[in-house]
Design a protein around this ligand. Structure first.
Ligand code: GP9
Length: 400
């Protein structure tokens, strides 16, 4: 009853923002989750060379949100997928993809399928990793094109190289019935980033950072960027680009804190300060609706991947009322919530466990007591998410 009440109130608040709803009606949706992509590489130059020239160019055509925070828990990449497809939070303990694969979901892929879309996930790792082989059908994906379905003509690190992944995936997309939702998860830019074949192919001189985790990361992201660029070119020449919405985001952080001195040197930021470290954990989110002028969304609100399904659905002219995310066009002050109960509201990072509130950009301390109401709302949202998972409540909430 408690969860049903919360959902009822939440539903009553949802709207269809003008100038957004249905601007991409009937288009395909291509969502690319990029392994370990963090915001700080976008626009960054090292030794006078852009690390991500293709992502930078894509960001100019797309709308780029730079205030998106990594919300993952112990499920890393799988948590990012869960947030972006089910709009639910990572599990309170353990990993949602393994603990709750037997649940019933009203997730975004299922909504799109109900609206006539072909929905499939593509990823160059084995289906058992993160239990995707069981979780994807539970989320409503009709098909999981995994390592065993691609021709394994080039392997790097954990599976198929991004180069081969993008090339073969493009061929498959051009054969698909439209409209489709293709959820693509890249793999090569995975920690520790220094796979020998990747380093050979990356063609990026990290200069004084060469040999460090940060240096290998820059090279790995440069490689990802190049292959992404080839993919976008292919989408354009096949005609799919103009008939699609293309969204891309980074799944989680990339650099362990023990290597933060190298990152401090690169970015000129003092990462011994916690607020700076928190702020640099942002991941980029880009949404491109080719031919439609750049989207205007709430720049003041801190965002998370939990907001993605509802936002993308609005563009396609579809209501996605499940899950716990607001949309990015919302004019509210909704905070971005982390698994441990801390959150960012606008620019203020609030940590209930430490009873602290601080401006995440400037480090200026704030009055923690002023956030008591919001802290309680955050606690409630995580509690609702946990109850949905623990008691498999979606069928109860959405029984027709
Ligand atoms: C594994 C890949 C990486 O298939 O998605 O997962 P991660 O280790 O980053 O959670």
């Amino acid at each position: 009853e408690e969860v049903r009440d919360w959902f009822g109130e939440n539903l009553a608040r949802q709207r269809r923002p003008q100038g957004v709803f249905g601007v991409a009606k009937g288009r395909n949706l291509i969502v690319i989750q990029v392994e370990s992509l963090q915001s700080f590489v976008i626009g960054l130059k090292v030794g006078g060379r852009e690390v991500t020239p293709n992502l930078n160019a894509f960001a100019k055509e797309a709308s780029l949100a730079s205030n998106v925070y990594n919300q993952t828990g112990s499920g890393n990449s799988s948590d990012a997928e869960f947030l972006a497809n089910a709009a639910l939070y990572p599990a309170a303990s353990g990993v949602a993809y393994t603990r709750f694969a037997g649940n019933h979901y009203e997730a975004f892929p299922k909504t799109l399928q109900d609206n006539g879309y072909r929905v499939f996930a593509m990823h160059g790792d084995r289906p058992g990793f993160w239990n995707r082989g069981h979780m994807y059908p539970a989320l409503g994906f009709e098909k999981f094109i995994s390592k065993k379905d691609y021709v394994n003509d080039e392997s790097i690190g954990m599976g198929l190289s991004d180069k081969s992944f993008f090339r073969q995936s493009l061929e498959m997309l051009t054969q698909e019935r439209q409209p489709f939702y293709s959820f693509m998860v890249t793999l090569t830019s995975h920690y520790p980033y220094n796979f020998p074949r990747l380093m050979e192919q990356a063609d990026f001189d990290a200069g004084e950072y060469k040999g460090t985790v940060v240096g290998s990361y820059l090279a790995a992201i440069h490689y990802l960027d190049r292959e992404f660029g080839v993919f976008i070119k292919g989408l354009k020449s096949s005609g799919l680009y103009d008939r699609s919405v293309i969204a891309l985001y980074g799944d989680h952080n990339a650099i362990p804190r023990w290597d933060s001195p190298t990152l401090s040197k690169l970015l000129g930021t003092d990462f011994t300060k916690d607020y700076n470290w928190r702020y640099v954990q942002r991941v980029p989110l880009m949404i491109n609706v080719p031919g439609v002028k750049r989207l205007v969304w709430n720049r003041k609100m801190a965002l998370g991947l939990v907001n993605l399904p509802r936002s993308l659905a609005l563009l396609l002219g579809i209501d996605f009322n499940s899950g716990l995310g607001t949309d990015i066009f919302d004019d509210s002050e909704a905070p971005v919530i982390f698994r441990n109960g801390s959150y960012v509201a606008g620019e203020i990072f609030v940590e209930p466990a430490k009873k602290s509130a601080v401006n995440v950009k400037s480090g200026e301390p704030k009055d923690y007591a002023a956030y008591a109401g919001m802290t309680e709302k955050v606690r409630k949202i995580l509690d609702v998410s946990d109850k949905i998972l623990e008691y498999d409540l979606m069928p109860e909430l959405y029984r027709k």
